[in-house]
Design a protein around this ligand. Sequence first.
Ligand SMILES: Nc1ncnc2c1ncn2[C@@H]1O[C@H](COP(=O)(O)OP(=O)(O)OP(=O)(O)O)[C@@H](O)[C@H]1O
Ligand SMILES: [Mg+2]
Length: 451
Amino acid sequence: MVRVQENRRAGQLPSEITGFVGRKAELSQLLKLIGGSRLVTVTGTGGVGKTRLALRAAAAASGRYEGVFLAELSDLRDPGLLERTVATALGLHERDTRSGLDAVLERVRNRPVLLVLDTCEHLIDECAEFAATVLARAAGVTLLATSRQPLDVPGEAVLPLAPLPVVADTPGDAVELFAQRAAAAVPGFTVTDGNRDDVARVCRRLGGVPLAIELAAVRLRALPLRDLSARLDRQFRVLDAARRGPAPDRLQSLHGAISWSYNLCSPAEQAVWARLSVFPGDFSIRAAEAIVAGDGITRDEATTAIIGLVDKSVVPRSDAGGTRYRLLDTIRDFGAARLAESPAASAVRDRHAAWYFQAARDFYRNLPSGDQLEDLARLRMEHPSIRAALAHTLSRVPPAGARAAAASGVPAQARWETDTGMSQDPETRLSPEEEDRLRREAASGAADQYA
Ligand SMILES: Nc1ncnc2c1ncn2[C@@H]1O[C@H](COP(=O)(O)OP(=O)(O)OP(=O)(O)O)[C@@H](O)[C@H]1O
Ligand SMILES: [Mg+2]
């Protein structure tokens, strides 16, 4: 198992929070591919277990390399920041003035390094180009990517990951996963000869997709197994009826499980699920409460709804310390689609931006007195959110957006560290004079006048 680390450094492999099931053959196949090819991509549908498998393999292979690094790309909306994100994962500091790619190449050129690029599909062209460059110019590096589709780069080895087998043997891995998650939700739950068929039926309904199984298993808290199975059948009948063209089975299983899970949430939980989609990465409960409350939801209702969503595995913990949480990509996408239909959407984004601007301001204001390293590590964890906050603010009509970002009072250092790629966008770019002014103000502390 990967070493447990409470405050994970950028680039470090995370600790495993929940038990790992099955995948023996896939793991040894993946390790073999990593040994023989310098670019290996694990492909498969959302929630099928690509990330879990890749991280397992990276941890297992770590002895072969001088370093193993993880670049988590799912937060990244701006392709211009890809190389910089990888540079950060490799432990290179933002103050490094070279381009992200040069810094990366210099750092890894002749070192045996395994670099995991987790979640490439939304930046597929940029990831492919990056991978091709690294393969050509950094002979020591092996890349392990996860993506819903292959990168399509010469020399790429692809491992398509299927869902967990349902009843290939006894107990099938899907049934085992259900049993583990169900026992965590309802202490004492076991799979017996009496209920094995029902469990297998549920797992088969969910296509053996691990994420779908996890969402269903926690429902046993409120529903007996038989009812759960019957309700799932009903949900999928509704979906089948609503579906126009043919949809791939696994995708349908996952979407079915997610909308089923959503429909069983209270209205407040549904609204909070949608609103939590504004977090691009992981977040603290304190931030979540402050940002989702408002527009018809009180602070207490927000707290209760968040706890409800944590209980239902919609919002799983993302660290071993239990202080940070995140939405898995497919769950976030689903929430984002609901938020887009909500009149509260822009107010929620405004609160999100205000919260993270304040966090950045507080950091820089306390810098001389506080425990700098620890504070910096904490601020770095919030970079995806600060970036999203800046992107949201800058997305208003320029120059109003640029002025609003300046008025956010986020010192130039924070902007610089998080927003390099975004400032390439001509629509949202601050003028060089405005950039300069922000930098000067930050240096002289004058940014405080906006606070
Ligand atoms: N072999 C496994 N054992 C235990 N849990 C698993 C396993 N595979 C996946 N899971 C769980 O299922 C969920 C989805 O897995 P994961 O995030 O790895 O999927 P993914 O294919 O990377 O999805 P995405 O395409 O959204 O990135 C996670 O909560 C993960 O912990
Ligand atoms: Mg993944």
